[in-house]
Write a protein that binds this ligand. Structure first.
Ligand code: KG4
Ligand code: ZN
Length: 347
């Protein structure tokens, strides 16, 4: 299929749309790796005052922005509607109302332009961000996916073959960052705030590293989150002063220690030598550095997307779509949104 595909589409150009959470995003991507445009309209400032994403507001904001964002992606790529070869869109997991906005727009665009539609799993998109601007990077590898809603250890044995070996049993890594940030009075989204503040502190508070059973690759961050909350509450009750930067640095060290240890262990167990990071938390410089150090010690290759391709964007959806399409997988125009879509399953 793939040879034949490349003959028919030597320059497969995909318009990709992503609206699963609080970014309205569109991109044009050529051959899965070359980003011709990448437009992201963030709603963060709207949700900030509520301390998290309000689903109803997210859907409305997507409706307001989607037209403009897609138009800008085409203009930036210097392409007309008819020059696009296919339209890709995230159809799950995510907020159902938010997903439906991107999905409806993509279906209408594909129908009007008479182009194939490709449905993309949001997490497969995050994983595919590793192929962007990186001709040499290819499966097999172990991918640590750390986002606001997911924490997965995935064995990616081929572009379209995903085996989830471990996942969080409670909070996702990004969720833990966001909740700890709120505990110490930092605004939403907490990840980048914790990262900044931690640079000014020392990891001198002993928070738990939850490794679970010896043979498990699952994660659990709720104990760590509660430990931080208990520490802060205790200090507040006893009137003891605490350094917020030390809390941030100690939390971050505990979370990253576990993420790095499990990814390295799985890579060894599977006899692989390649690790990739994906998802919003992989924009975190401390995680990037600690994973780099651990990979150097083991002589593993490490790939991490540029920070702009770690957090939600549509270029990653265009990258994943290319490899889906190459497998002959296109979607019908009655494709629905699936808020709980599992990685590796096909609708
Ligand atoms: O992948 P993403 O943009 O959206 C989801 O699919 O969930 O991830 C968002 C999550 C948020 O929890 C946010 O706090 C976290 O990624 N995040 C970070 C950083 N940038 C975003 N966490 C730690 N350090 C960062 N620099
Ligand atoms: Zn995401």
């Amino acid at each position: 299929m793939s040879l034949e595909f490349r003959q028919v589409y030597p320059d497969a150009t995909i318009l990709a749309i992503e609206t699963s959470c609080d970014e309205t995003a569109a991109a044009v991507v050529k051959n899965g790796r070359q980003v011709l445009s990448n437009v992201i309209s963030s709603q963060i400032n709207v949700h900030k005052k509520y301390g998290g994403v309000v689903p109803e507001i997210a859907s409305r904001k997507h409706i307001e922005m989607i037209d403009e964002v897609v138009e800008q992606a085409l203009v930036d790529a210097q392409m007309e509607m008819g020059q696009i070869d296919a339209v890709a869109v995230t159809y799950g997991p995510g907020l159902v109302g938010a997903l439906l906005v991107g999905l409806s727009f993509a279906k209408a665009f594909a129908f009007a332009a008479n182009k194939p539609l490709i449905g993309v799993h949001h997490i497969e998109g995050h994983i595919a961000a590793n192929y962007i601007e990186n001709e040499a990077f290819a499966p097999p590898f172990i991918c640590l996916v750390v986002s606001g809603g997911h924490t997965h250890l995935v064995h990616v044995s081929d572009y379209h073959v995903f085996e989830v070996i471990g996942k969080t049993r409670d909070d996702a890594a990004g969720e833990a960052y966001d909740k700890v940030a709120r505990t110490i009075g930092l605004p939403y989204p907490g990840g980048p705030e914790i990262e900044k503040l931690a640079k000014l502190g020392q990891p001198n508070i002993k928070f738990p590293r939850v490794l679970l059973e010896e043979d498990s690759f699952d994660f659990s961050f709720s104990g760590l989150k509660s430990a931080v909350l208990n520490y802060v509450n205790k200090c507040n009750m006893t009137g003891e002063a605490y350094e917020r930067a030390d809390v941030a640095a100690s939390f971050q060290q505990a979370a990253v220690d576990v993420l790095v240890a499990k990814a390295i262990k799985l890579c060894k167990q599977r006899g692989l030598k390649k690790i990739a990071l994906a998802g919003g938390v992989s924009a975190n410089s401390f995680l990037r550095e600690e994973m780099q150090k651990a990979c150097q010690l083991e002589n593993f290759e490490l790939n991490i997307p540029k920070p702009i391709f770690c957090t939600d964007n549509a270029a990653m959806i265009g990258a994943a779509a290319y490899f889906e399409w190459m497998q002959g997988k296109t979607a019908p125009l009655d494709l629905n949104a699936y808020p709980g879509l599992k990685l590796g399953y096909r609708i």
